[in-house]
Design a protein around this ligand. Structure first.
Ligand code: NAP
Length: 605
């Protein structure tokens, strides 16, 4: 057999490259022509891995599969990586694109489009999915008659518009002429099982499309290890029991809010995180809440029930696995059907939508169970209607370089009154109580590649974070100081009052003194008659803001997605329009470019 050509003169290579070249030469030498063609496809697929930019620069040969993901908190990106690894393992050529980087030309070139996208708020696409969403729904939408596709939609069933973005992508792709390769799969907060099913199904379809047999393994996705960047020994199902090192109230005693600074130990865990990442906290209902609910249920607390194939007591299942808090429409409908109360089923009628909405406001499971008791059913039937407890993600407020072996969080303890009962957020109640010396909290790292410091340490950054939205910026500044980055840092912080709610006040002032924080502007909303918010400061200092942008500043926004983020966005656009003397079209273009260059990043929910 003749010697196959292997790129690169082995003699000039570094020692490890020489060894690699010899190994590749030996391996390729054993393959026939068909196997070599398969391997070249496999390698082509594998260079599609990595960042969108790298993928976009992949060879001009059309890949068999184009994976596009629209991620807000990183879950869709993680799933895109799993799909990518599953496709690479079976030799299907592919590219992976963040939706932000997916242009019309990518759609024209794509033959099989695998879409992974989440839904936010009232049915909105993630920030980075918006340009592709607008392209597909706009006047310049391409014809996609040669395209096959499938959609994996992530969402949260406690919202009315469950998986709405995924549904719209699915419908619009069909409207543009594309054919479904596989039916859309929708996932709730507990997305892993459905996502695995979809990945397995589309990989099988792609293998068939490429003329290969499906590998014998029962589940391709479950046999693929997550990639190194997202791999961690600690996950939601196997969390790290982190010792609590500090639990300090940041707001004054007379503040209207209880905001805590919580420090957890990672010593011995081997957990690596980057600033911008989040920490998942595994939820657990408070025992008094569970006991109160059990008092109104007609079942023995020790009755066995099944959760994910395992048997446990009803008490344990209600503590660890099921959401016993606010009731949404879907849960209400299931409860109405199970309880057979006429008054409840009346509220499920189409003409009672407004009444049901009013009824659900502030209603928790215990209210339903106490006012409309269950009769004549088994505990197993009851738990079947419940929703799984969702973990809570908190933006990390520390830098691994400044405080190794620790992770810090900024947490608002949520309590409110409704129907004569004091209610609390599941996870924040758990964290509020984690104060004694032996306290531990079950946590796992959650990667968020969409919220990262600039690669260039000299680039200036502008950070906008009202309330607990300031958390990641404490991490950013600590990191830049620890790494001696020379870029300028500007923080815009807002909260209710200067005296009671200025979170981390002394730290910012120390950083100012040390030269790590170059500019600090604050907006306190409840000091005078007029509300003053961070966006007022952006407008006030518009000329400076625009000058920083021209110097290459990266803008970061963290916090509330409903009101604050759109208002801040509008203020930034106004500043650009005024100080850059641009019309709306140019402002739009500039903002989109800032997003595509990763110079405008938001972590909002
Ligand atoms: P908060 O008290 O709700 O708000 C902080 C400050 O923002 C207050 O002064 C508030 O003023 C002001 N504000 C209200 N509406 C605003 C608007 N449209 N534009 C600008 N500022 C506005 O703060 P918080 O409880 O700490 O919560 C902050 C929000 O960020 C929460 O929604 C939280 O869930 C979210 N958060 C998100 C992330 C993330 O995405 N990673 C991380 C942390 C926090 P008034 O109340 O006086 O009107």
């Amino acid at each position: 057999m003749s010697e196959p050509a292997v790129a690169g003169p082995a003699a000039e290579a570094f020692p490890f490259e020489r060894t690699l070249a010899e190994e590749v030469r030996r391996l390729v030498g054993r393959l026939d022509a068909g196997q070599r063609a398969w391997l070249s496809g496999y390698l082509l697929g594998s260079i599609g891995m990595g960042s969108g930019a790298a993928a976009a620069a992949a060879p001009s040969v059309a890949p068999t599969a184009t994976i596009v993901y629209g991620s807000q908190s990183g879950n869709c990106e993680t799933l895109a990586k799993r799909l990518e690894e599953a496709l690479a393992a079976v030799g299907v050529t592919h590219v992976v694109l963040d939706m932000l980087d997916c242009r019309k030309a990518d759609l024209d070139r794509a033959r099989h489009l695998l879409v992974i996208v989440s839904t936010h708020g009232e049915g909105d696409p993630p920030d980075r999915a918006r340009p592709l969403y607008d392209l597909l729904h706009g006047r310049k939408a391409p014809k996609l008659t040669d395209l096959k596709y499938s959609v994996l939609a992530l969402g949260d069933s406690s919202y009315e518009q469950f998986c709405e973005t995924g549904r719209r992508f699915d419908a619009q792709l069909a409207a543009l002429g594309a054919k479904r390769l596989h039916e859309r799969v929708e996932c709730d907060v507990d997305f892993q099982d459905n996502a695995t099913r979809w990945i397995d199904a589309v990989v099988a379809q792609m293998v068939a499309a490429q003329g290969e047999a499906v590998p014998a393994a029962a589940s391709i996705a479950t046999h693929i290890r997550p990639s190194a960047t997202v791999a961690t020994a600690y996950t939601r199902k196997n969390p790290w029991q982190a010792p609590v090192l500090a639990n300090i109230r940041l707001t004054a005693r007379d503040s209207t809010k209880d905001v805590r600074h919580i420090e957890l130990s990672l010593e011995g865990a081997g957990i690596h995180y980057e600033v911008g990442d989040a920490l998942g906290v595994v939820p657990r209902n408070h025992e008094t809440e569970v006991a109160a609910l059990l008092e109104h249920l007609p079942f023995d607390a020790e009755s066995p029930v099944e959760v994910g194939g395992a048997s446990m007591s009803l008490r344990e299942a209600l503590t660890e696995h099921w959401d016993i808090g606010p009731v949404n429409r879907a849960l209400f409908e299931r409860y109405a059907a199970l309880s057979k109360h006429q008054a409840l089923s009346d509220l499920t009628q189409d003409n009672a939508k407004a009444q049901l909405e009013a009824f659900l406001r502030g209603t928790h499971l215990i209210d339903l169970v106490s006012d409309h008791p269950l009769e004549g059913i088994e505990a197993a039937e009851f738990v079947r209607i419940l929703r799984p407890l969702a973990p809570r993600l908190y933006s990390i407020a520390s830098s691994p370089h400044a405080t190794p072996d620790e992770v810090h969080l900024t947490v608002r303890i949520v309590t409110y009154e409704s129907r004569g009962r004091t209610r609390g957020g599941v996870v924040s109640t758990l964290l509020a109580g984690a104060t004694d010396a032996n306290a531990r909290v079950a946590v796992y790292p959650h990667r968020n590649a969409a919220f990262r410091l600039p690669a260039d340490p000299n680039a200036p950054i502008i950070m906008i974070g009202p309330g607990t939205g300031v958390a990641p910026f404490r991490a950013f500044i600590a990191e830049r100081e620890a790494l001696e980055a020379r870029g300028k840092n500007w923080l815009l912080f807002g909260d209710r009052t200067l005296r009671s709610d200025f979170l981390y006040q002394t730290e910012w002032l120390d950083w100012r003194k040390r030269g790590a924080l170059h500019r600090l502007d604050v907006a306190f909303s409840r000091e005078g008659n007029e509300k003053v918010y961070v966006q007022h400061r952006i407008r006030e200092h518009g000329a400076t803001f625009y000058a920083w942008l021209q110097e290459g500043a990266h803008i970061y926004v963290c916090g509330d997605a409903q009101q604050m983020a759109p208002d801040v966005d509008a203020a930034i656009r106004e500043v650009v329009r005024t100080h850059g003397a641009m019309n709306d079209e140019r402002v739009e273009e500039l903002m989109l470019n800032l997003q595509r260059e990763r110079r405008y990043q938001r972590d909002v929910y």
